[in-house]
Design a protein around this ligand. Sequence first.
Ligand code: PLP
Length: 376
Amino acid sequence: MNSPAYYAAVPAHIRQLTPYQPGKPMAELERELGLSSVIKLASNENPMGPSPKALAALSTLSAELALYPDGNGFELKNALSQQFGLEQNRFILGNGSNDVLDLVARTFLGPGRAAIYSQYAFAVYSLATQMAGAQGIEVVATAYGHDLDAMVRAVTPETRVVFVANPNNPTGTFVEGAELYAWLQRIPPQIVVVLDEAYTEFLPNALRYDAVPWLNQFPNLLICRTFSKAYGLAGLRVGFAMGHPALMDLMNRVRQPFNVSVPALIAATAALGDQEFLEQTRQMNDRGRQQLQKGFDRLGLTFVPGQGNFVLVEVGQGAKIYDQLLRLGVIVRPVGAYGLPRHLRVSIGTQAENDRFLACLAQVMTQEMVVAARVG
Ligand SMILES: *Cc1c(COP(=O)(O)O)cnc(C)c1O
């Protein structure tokens, strides 16, 4: 097919982008297979559904839907302000925290500038960097996680942003709070440090740390959070970040005026106060992680002992196993695009979903061994 005339004129950094690959939607696989009982453990969504408080708040919506949202998100920022003990001017809201990551890139990056992130880190860091026309510096991981020392050594005069996910997706690796705090002091103050805490609500008490007080000491620190994972609101698209007022002011200049919808604002405000739901989510997730890890042990599979609401497991030919699981109506996430072709990332589901996934995986892995034995 001939490219239209404008194609070659598009900036090279845009033409070279590879779009983010989301988890396969359940409805799509159901259409393809003619099945109705597909399960999806592919996008780290909450298997309990949304916070009931969020649902209750959403059910009151009607006439407001005809109106533009509050572009400053006063109610949600007010609730966040009380929860975190920070003034409202230290928050920015996003259409998912993805939006916030993109705002960081568009505000601080651009041609001739660079961002640092780890090998196996969340794919959006490299995408946002490339979209901004900046150079991405990928630092080799250590034990699937961030090598913080190497990330300091990777700093160049062009570096403007460093991204760290803690816990990291898709590996689940975790850096202790004290180590992170000590590391922050080694990052030059003109570089913005994005601390992406999308999975922080899932951490066990022993690993909990609070980065919010660090904001007083580090005006270059941005802490990102989301309502998509533990709060169960991935479909609404809402996340936020905390940082110095100057950081927020700069990003607000780039932000679309109505980037968070009316339902998203209302539901997030209600969900924030739903500690009971968070606790239930955490408990179900802890049980599910044990269930999956035990299942992997039984199958003789190694996994990365991580945090978060997913497990990275080594299955051999990841793409092939992924495909065979699809045929059985189970959607997980292949991670070949992350440079992990031997692994799959499996989101922790309900007990029944985890059981079904493990049974299907056992079936697929046994077939694999039979085939391998025949070939061998
Ligand atoms: C899921 C995820 C996000 C953001 O998700 P949103 O739905 O855009 O809020 C951000 N960072 C990491 C590491 C994630 O895994």
